[in-house]
Design a binder for this molecule. Sequence first.
Ligand SMILES: Nc1ncnc2c1ncn2[C@@H]1O[C@H](COP(=O)(O)OP(=O)(O)OP(=O)(O)O)[C@@H](O)[C@H]1O
Ligand SMILES: [Mg+2]
Length: 350
Amino acid sequence: MRTDEPILRIEDLAVYFKTIDGDAKVLDGVDISIHKGEVVALVGETGCGKSVTGKTILGSLPIPPAKIVRGRCFFKGKDLLSLDKDERREIISNNISYVPQDPMTSLNPVFTIGEQMLALIRWHGKKRAGLRAFLGRYNKRDDSWGKAIELLNKVKIPSPEMILNRYPVELSGGMRQRVLIAMSLIGNPSLLIADEPTTALDVTIQKGIIELIKEKVEEENLSVLYITHNLGVARKLSDRIYVMYAGNIVETAKTSELLDSPLHPYTQGLIKSIPKLTGEEFRGIDGRIPDYIYPPSGCRFHPRCDRAIEKCSMEKPKLLRIKDSHSVACHIYSYKEVTSVIDERSDITG
Ligand SMILES: Nc1ncnc2c1ncn2[C@@H]1O[C@H](COP(=O)(O)OP(=O)(O)OP(=O)(O)O)[C@@H](O)[C@H]1O
Ligand SMILES: [Mg+2]
């Protein structure tokens, strides 16, 4: 079991969205820890709250309608949620990078790729600059252009010089995503939050991006929260997986352990629903993510679970540690195989 303090520790995070019909109770007590140099994948069906989790860490939730109802989010020991806006922004901009889910809307359409990359390289981490400093720096010939080209080369963008002079609208979705990945590596972050960064890319480019992230992890001891619904990508990249269902972490384990011996009926269903190249029949999970305004009582998965027992509709299951690094939140494991109950939220990762 690891004893070092995680670089990121989310505890009991609950996030609601105000709607005209009532509060949508999206995140319902999420716990996630990431250690230095560790790649953690957050997986789950569409709408289960993965991006909301990422945005909460980054402080980019729209408040309102979002409200953080409870929870803490420690980054290097400091609770980001309790800091004032400026302090939080400074910590985040100097340490945490983000690759957003939507490459179409994440680049400014009125500036060229070069202008956007150079601005980030020159001004990364700086709180504010006076006009004189800005103009002085802006006109100065420095190595920013070379650095931008180097970054674009790393994400395997052909003819980077030409791309730097293009506007986002002139690039394909995959190219834009690679530009965003290149930009996320500016400033040597200690934590990278990547939200489905390879979804828009074909498999060869996807492989290249995964290798690039792995390289960064090894070279710079980067920690990564990799959000995806692709278990194949999670297998290739991550050390550990958190499975999220309807705003709850239902299972976490080392990647190979989780994929080879899944315990939660939801995880088992997710793995079974991966289409097989052999043409073997695959089954999805019946039903869909619940309505967050009126979520099911007890375990939010129970209406879709074919192994549900009476208790499942009455009581929310706790995350139980079954093995050293394997925990599951499911009542069917309450009475058997359990070696310890995780009641202290300080260490759920093993
Ligand atoms: N600004 C918002 N206002 C209201 N509801 C929101 C808002 N942002 C997210 N939600 C709701 O929160 C829930 C979780 O959304 P989230 O984007 O985190 O899903 P996800 O797991 O990232 O899904 P996907 O795999 O499709 O990206 C959804 O029901 C969504 O409608
Ligand atoms: Mg998302």
